[in-house]
Ligand binder design. Structure first.
Ligand code: 5GP
Ligand code: MN
Length: 345
């Protein structure tokens, strides 16, 4: 099975960019998920194999359920170390942008990223890449950025040297971005890659438990509360939504990650095609984070783009609204009605 994804020109360009770089930064999107963190860690390991010393800079906190990933403690948080990170961006000569397609996705870090004189290389699987780069490695058909990183490392001949830490990081990102291989996960290459990764000797079932069976008792109660008390199912439209307020998060001692994947849960209702979750920001007023999930060919990214200032993949998208929860809820209902013809049986 051919895992190579770069043309010869791209491969040579990438190798030469790495070779000549002295100050390398790796960055990923705001609210980094398993794929953003996993791909950053694995790519950093590869660059270290090539005797480089990359600095990973992430916009803000990662969820608690990723805390165990080896090397994660060496990442620099932009929101906590802005001055130092600004300096590193300004002095960088090569920046890898992983798991995002536009510099708006790094939030407060955008100014530093855009202003940096460094050459940029994007590796990503989101639609419509829109960054000015020396090299854009964009594959929207791939399961995850981690899959892309694996295939690039493979093509550059780095697999033999790949250590267990990098293999674990790649596996974690492929697993989390496919909901444990339940969506975006039909292409056989994925399982060839997993086979290769497992030769590095790690317990993939333990990785599953560390990521998914890692809730606090508060988080489990919170998730039960939202599903039992806050879920609105619009049966005629095969759609549902729920709203999470700041007060509810406080009541359940919410920490980042506690609502992760909750939006997938109502998809388990028979016939359900679209689920939308609304969550108030923990600090800023009138900022509502939106997550959307769909099945089959219903494009939740179109809903995200048209109604929620966002986008994403066909079946998993996100966005945000600048309004009160009541207004946001009305927007959700409008969105569901607007796509009614495609949602009804
Ligand atoms: P989540 O619901 O997990 O936050 O996001 C689901 C997917 O939508 C992720 O792949 C994420 O990258 C994408 N996404 C989330 N927010 C936005 C956004 O504001 N714009 C775009 N283009 N994609 C988003
Ligand atoms: Mn991803």
């Amino acid at each position: 099975m051919n895992l190579e994804i770069l043309s010869e020109t791209e491969q040579n360009l990438l190798s030469q960019l790495i070779e000549s770089a002295q100050h390398i930064v790796i960055c990923c999107h705001k609210s980094p998920d398993g794929d953003a963190i996993g791909s950053s860690l694995a790519w950093a390991e590869y660059l270290r194999d090539r005797k480089k010393e990359p600095q990973i800079i992430i916009p803000d906190a990662f969820p608690d359920f990723l805390k165990w990933l080896p090397g994660i403690e060496r990442m620099m948080r932009y929101d906590k170390h802005k001055e130092e990170a600004d300096k590193i961006f300004a002095e960088a000569d090569l920046i890898f942008c992983l798991d995002f397609n536009a510099s708006t996705r790094v939030d407060d870090m955008q100014t530093a990223l855009d202003a940096s004189p460094a050459q940029k290389v994007m590796m990503d699987h989101h639609l419509n890449p829109t960054m000015d780069t020396a090299l854009t490695i964009s594959h929207t058909d791939m399961s995850s950025t981690c899959e892309i990183v694996f295939r690039v490392v493979w093509q550059l001949g780095g697999f033999d040297m790949m250590n267990r830490k990098a293999a674990v990081a790649i596996y974690c990102g492929m697993m989390t971005d496919t909901g444990s291989f339940t969506y975006n996960s039909c292409r056989p290459e994925i399982y060839t890659i997993i086979g290769y990764l497992l030769t590095k000797g790690f317990d993939k079932d333990k990785i599953y438990r560390q990521v998914y069976n890692n809730y606090s008792s508060w988080a489990i109660r919170f998730r039960g509360f939202i599903m039992s008390q806050k879920l609105n199912v619009i049966n005629d439209y095969n759609a549902s939504y729920f709203c999470i307020t700041r007060q509810e998060m406080r009541n359940y001692h919410f920490v980042k990650g506690d609502a992760e994947g909750l939006v997938n849960e109502p998809l388990r209702i028979r016939g359900q095609k679209l689920v939308i979750s609304l969550r108030e920001d923990t600090d800023k007023d009138n900022l509502i984070w939106v997550s959307l999930r769909s099945v089959d060919d219903f494009p939740c990214n179109e809903v995200a783009a048209r109604f929620f200032n966002g986008g994403g993949h066909l079946n998993a998208s996100g966005g945000k609204l600048f309004c009160t929860m009541d207004e946001a809820e009305r927007t959700v209902r409008d969105a569901i009605m607007a796509f009614g013809d495609r949602l009804k049986d």
